[in-house]
Write a protein that binds this ligand. Structure first.
Ligand code: ZN
Length: 230
């Protein structure tokens, strides 16, 4: 572990925000330094900006998300590490990790946190390199509808799911299941199939080593990978 100069010390202040996550009675309350979460989440920043009250501890509610997904987000806020409950030892754990990463990405979308979304996306790409059975692919197909319902046109996770399907789903699987997927997803996969049959080449997901921001959502040069250590 390197030693860091004192100039790296963070001054988070004493102001905190209380965030209630989940639907009652299964909700959980979290306390986060306001400075830290406002720096990262445009939603929290905007919400607190419009709250003119002078209360020392301000409250925000996220009823549509699960406490365990927020717990992972909060760990990342403070440590820049993404902690998964499951290991990487077998297919069941790999499957659970994928589910968890997708939920984390959608939480990042809701919070307007680009860095978290891009971080999670890189873990999904890593997950993609490690899986080798159909069982592990299932969370992608099972979450297509949720992702297309919860994200906007052009979202990188949509693109990832489409590219994943074009290059991994078997012909039999696609013929049997395409009618169950959202129309826009089917159209995008169809374009992907056409492109693959006309131009061939390598799967786009395999180009990430050369183009690391291919599935990132940031629109300027502020890739989290280029950010200096906090
Ligand atoms: Zn990037």
């Amino acid at each position: 572990m390197p030693l860091y100069p004192e100039s790296k010390l963070l001054d988070m202040g004493t102001q905190v925000v209380s965030i209630s996550v989940g639907k009652k009675p299964d909700h959980e309350d979290f306390t986060v330094h306001e400075w830290l979460i406002r720096e990262s989440s445009t939603l929290i920043h905007a919400t607190l900006l419009s709250d003119q009250s002078e209360r020392k501890e301000r409250k925000i509610s996220l009823p549509d998300y699960k406490p365990k997904d927020f717990k992972i987000y909060m760990q990342w806020l403070y440590t820049e590490r993404v902690l998964m409950e499951s290991g990487l030892d077998d297919d069941t754990q790999m499957n659970a990790n994928c589910q968890s990463l997708i939920k984390g990405y959608l939480l990042g979308c809701h919070l307007g946190d680009e860095m978290y979304r891009d971080t999670i996306m890189d873990f999904l790409l890593e997950w993609n390199y490690q899986i080798c059975t159909y069982y592990c692919q299932r969370p992608i197909f099972e979450n297509v509808k949720t992702v297309f319902d919860s994200t906007e046109l052009g979202d990188p996770l949509r693109k990832f799911m489409v590219d994943f399907t074009v290059w991994n789903a078997s012909h039999d699987f696609w013929v049997k299941n395409y009618e169950d997927f959202p129309e826009h997803f089917v159209a995008m996969v169809s374009i992907g199939h056409s492109s693959r049959s006309h131009y061939g080449g390598d799967p786009p997901i395999s180009c990430v080593k050369k183009r690391p921001c291919l599935y990132h959502c940031h629109t300027d040069e502020t890739c989290y990978k280029k950010r200096l250590d906090r």
